[in-house]
Design a protein around this ligand. Structure first.
Ligand code: NAD
Ligand code: UD1
Length: 340
């Protein structure tokens, strides 16, 4: 059975392609390589002994998108990762974000409609909850005003998908990721942040390897046990596996309603200092860090209520914080060997 993975050479997409191929699916990747590299296809093939089909195209190009879907009309499911995702950049260039993320989605849904494809999985984010009123946060929690144009594209995308499902015969699942970190245990694929990373874990590993002088911890006066902010970090391989489960659920006709939404987290919250401690333990490196003020737009704490996803999907995150940090560190070491 053939699955289309948009954004399949990206961070989460590449790990998902590996898990799909490991389960025997044929994979077609669409990516415009705006935030990834063609060599990722070779790395996927090295891990799985199977070369995925790679179609380099921009999903904002409707004609090219239609032609590609027509060529692969036997696709039974679509997992849509392709999007721009840098929060800060989205504040500076909102139109780029709305144009890329929403036009891509609409073109893809139009193509699915035209060629009668049924099953759609979408990459959403816990950012739609903002700072939740209650923790852990469940899927029914009210959505908050988005802090950034990027976050808003996720809210709007969920609305677009819901309306499309209501109007047609398509099934969809939106997966709201908490904080994906880590890399494949082969260290052949992982996150490739361009320039200075915004996210915590790549910043930690780049500091430890010497690419950055020190990590700045944003805020030490949060109302948490050590004063630093709390997130629900999830291993990217656990996250990838959840996508395979979601696709299978739709293929087997097990969806309870045509548009389902699930949280993908571990259900455990860790502070920034706890993440650093786990990193230092598994790597044996002492991290250079300093405290600084809070980052604008950051929330204090969030972690997932995973009971609905665990029960309905029969999926549970299995890998712990130390495994996440060790795989992230091994990936950073592999990258430094690759480029020296
Ligand atoms: P990524 O940037 O590594 O991967 C996204 C891929 O999409 C890239 O390879 C990029 O080249 C491609 N792409 C972007 N626009 C495209 C277009 N118009 N046409 C074709 N390809 C295009 O990002 P990621 O971390 O793997 O994220 C995957 C998805 O998950 C995104 O939708 C992101 O918003 C969402 N998400 C990510 C996180 C996270 O922390 N990484 C958290 C929540 C949600
Ligand atoms: C980021 C995105 C959010 C996205 C989420 C999941 C921003 C503002 N938000 O959120 O939209 O849904 O990832 O991918 O980018 N930290 C430091 N120093 C650093 C970097 C981070 O102290 O150099 C702290 C942050 O303040 C936060 C924690 O580490 O408390 C995690 O930060 P980050 O990895 O950027 O993720 P989020 O802020 O959760």
């Amino acid at each position: 059975m053939k699955i289309l993975v948009t954004g399949g050479t990206g961070y989460i997409g590449s790990h998902t392609v590996v898990e799909l191929q490991n389960e025997g699916y044929e994979v077609v990747i669409i990516d415009n390589l705006s935030n990834s590299d063609r060599t990722v296809v070779d790395s996927i093939a090295e891990i799985t002994n199977h070369v995925p089909v790679f179609e380099e195209l921009d999903l904002v190009d409707r004609a090219a998108t239609f032609a590609c879907i027509e060529k692969h009309k036997d696709i039974v499911g679509v997992i849509h990762f392709a999007a721009l995702k840098a929060v800060g950049e989205s504040v500076e260039k909102p139109l780029l974000y709305y144009y890329n993320n929403l036009t891509s989605l609409i073109n893809l849904l139009l193509a699915m409609q035209k060629f009668d494809l049924q099953n759609f999985v979408f990459s959403s984010s816990c950012t739609v909850y903002g700072q939740p009123d209650q923790l852990p946060v469940g899927e029914q929690a009210p959505l908050k005003k988005a802090e950034s144009p990027y976050g808003n594209t996720k809210k709007i995308s969920e609305d677009i998908i819901r309306d499309s499902v209501d109007a047609g015969s398509m099934n969809a699942i939106s997966l709201r990721y908490f904080n994906p970190i880590g890399a494949h245990d082969t260290a052949l694929i992982g996150e490739l942040p361009l320039g200075v990373p915004n996210n915590l874990v790549p910043y930690i590993t780049q500091t430890a390897i010497g690419k950055r002088d020190h990590l700045k911890i944003f805020g030490k006066d949060y109302s948490t046990h050590d004063g630093t902010a709390i997130r629900d970090y999830i291993h990217v391989v656990d996250l990838a596996r959840a996508h395979v489960v979601a696709v299978k659920r739709m293929l087997q006709g097990n969806s309870k309603i045509p548009f389902e939404i699930f949280n993908l987290g571990t259900g455990n919250g860790f502070t920034v200092l706890e993440v650093i401690k786990a990193f230092e333990k598994v790597s044996g490196e002492k991290l250079n860090y300093q405290f600084t003020g809070r980052r604008k737009g950051d929330i204090e704490k969030v972690w997932a209520d995973t009971s609905f996803a665990n029960q309905e999907l029969g999926w549970k995150a299995a890998l712990g914080l130390e495994e996440m940090m060790l795989s992230a560190w091994n990936w950073e070491l592999a990258l430094s060997n690759r480029f020296t």
